[in-house]
Design a binder for this molecule. Structure first.
Ligand code: ADP
Length: 424
């Protein structure tokens, strides 16, 4: 990328200050010059009027000889008096031929006319006070520009230092570092973007720490149980066949956990989508047929109701969500109760629901059960409790499908988990 070379901001401010100062100086001098020359013209007029009055007075005796007396006194250099008296024209003073800007005053006298001409002084002569005031103002302006520039560049440097320190802290893993707002506009935007990034990193970091802590806790229970039973078998405290069931159940728990962690990881990793036309009625019927015997064995009445629904979606993920719903319904529905699997179209969306008349979930837990490893106390107390990852996986899968999960539940009455998928 070609970068245009640019002056640093402070130099640009000074250049702008100096250029505008010079421009202001030129304008002021032009105005002062105009005032000066108009004042010159005014003075000239007054002077010429006085002279011509004297000249007129000097010829008032009926002879122009009087003018000769005054001539050296009155007619200055670059002045010319033309006296037309009784048909005779006499010129005193300099010949001003070829000169521009002549100021001419003509006065009739008895017996003729006196014309006095002199060039108007258009010289650049601004009044001294104006020059002084202008220079004073310019000095103040330049001083202010310089001071403002110095304070702005100091502030900028401080903000840049803050940004560097914050970036260094983040690079060392301290995600609480923030730049904050303040300073010139580009730095304010940089600060906002950096702080948003740090906040995000902080929350990811917190989530990861919590996840690791939860995971360690989840793994600890089955491992402790396994090591306890193994030791007891080795010590001969309990016979091998008694420990077998416990060891198998703990191993199954660990393998379920591993399975769900693998699912979570694959949902988190960006990968290819495998969308295809899926017959949702066939899919839900298939799951119903698979789980019906398990429900029957648990004394639960499992029902299936479906309309014909076909959707462009990813079959594997839809199945993942439904399996979680059905497994949970079986887990948290007591003997003698009912589970219904439905596949319908509501408001132009495919709705796949698993409702049960089981334990139900209190309102305060309804959002949190989708968090990793979150389980209600009732669920923890149950021997058949899962890992607490099922609904987290289900929610992520639903999002990957462009859909969402809805839940209606009441403690003691049961729950209705719905996967809602739009027809695109
Ligand atoms: P688990 O593997 O513990 O079932 P999930 O993430 O699938 O983990 O579910 C989280 C929690 O949500 C469960 O521990 C349970 O407390 C609650 N839960 C989920 N499904 C139901 C349900 N159908 N009836 C009652 N509680 C449920």
């Amino acid at each position: 990328m070609i970068r245009r070379w640019r002056l640093p901001i402070s130099s640009r401010v000074i250049v702008v200050g100096v250029v505008s100062t010079i421009a202001a100086l030129l304008v002021t001098f032009a105005i002062a010059g105009t005032i000066g020359s108009s004042r010159n013209a005014q003075d000239q007029r007054v002077e010429n009027t006085a002279i011509i009055k004297l000249l007129a007075h000097s010829v008032s005796g009926g002879s122009i000889l009087g003018i000769a007396e005054y001539r050296n006194l009155l007619i200055a250099e670059n002045q010319r008096a033309t006296v037309m008296f009784h048909g005779q024209t006499t010129i005193f003073g300099d010949q001003l031929t070829g000169m521009h800007n002549l100021f001419t005053l003509s006065v009739p006298i008895s017996g003729g006319t006196i014309i006095l001409a002199s060039p108007v002084d258009k010289s650049f002569d601004p009044p001294f006070e104006i020059v002084l005031i202008t220079l004073g103002v310019l000095l103040i302006v330049l001083g202010s520009v310089f001071l403002a520039n110095r304070s702005a560049s100091r502030q900028t440097r401080r903000r840049v230092d803050d940004a560097v320190t914050a970036a260094e802290r983040v690079s060392l893993g301290d995600f609480t570092a923030r730049i904050g707002s303040g300073g010139p506009e580009p730095l304010v935007r940089l600060g906002a973007a950096f702080d948003a990034m740090a906040t995000r990193l902080e929350s990811i970091d917190r989530e990861q720490r919590e996840f690791l802590a939860d995971l360690a806790h989840e793994i600890a229970t089955p491992i402790q149980a396994l090591s306890g039973f193994s030791q007891a078998v080795i010590d001969g405290t309990i016979p091998t066949h008694s420990a077998q069931a416990a060891i198998e159940s703990q191993t199954a728990r660990l393998s379920e956990l591993l399975d769900e962690l693998t699912q979570l990881r694959s949902l988190d990793a960006p990968g290819e989508s495998h969308f295809s036309e899926v017959d949702l009625e066939a899919l839900t019927r298939y799951l119903y047929v698979e789980f019906k015997p398990i429900a029957t064995a648990a004394g639960i009445d499992m029902q299936f109701r479906s309309e014909s629904v076909t959707l462009l979606t990813e079959q594997k993920l839809v199945e993942t969500v439904l399996r979680n719903f059905i497994t949970n319904a079986l887990r948290y529905t007591p003997r003698g109760k009912q589970i219904v699997i439905r596949c319908t179209i509501v408001h132009h969306q495919a709705v796949l629901s698993v409702s049960d008349t089981g334990l139900g979930i209190a309102a305060e837990h309804q959002q949190r059960i989708f968090d990793r490893f979150y389980r209600t106390t009732e669920a923890r107390d149950r021997i058949s409790g899962g890992t607490g990852l099922g609904l987290t996986i289900a929610r992520r899968a639903a999002h990957s499908l462009g859909g969402h999960i809805e839940l209606e539940s009441e403690p003691g009455q049961g729950s209705d988990f719905r996967l809602v998928l739009p027809f695109t």
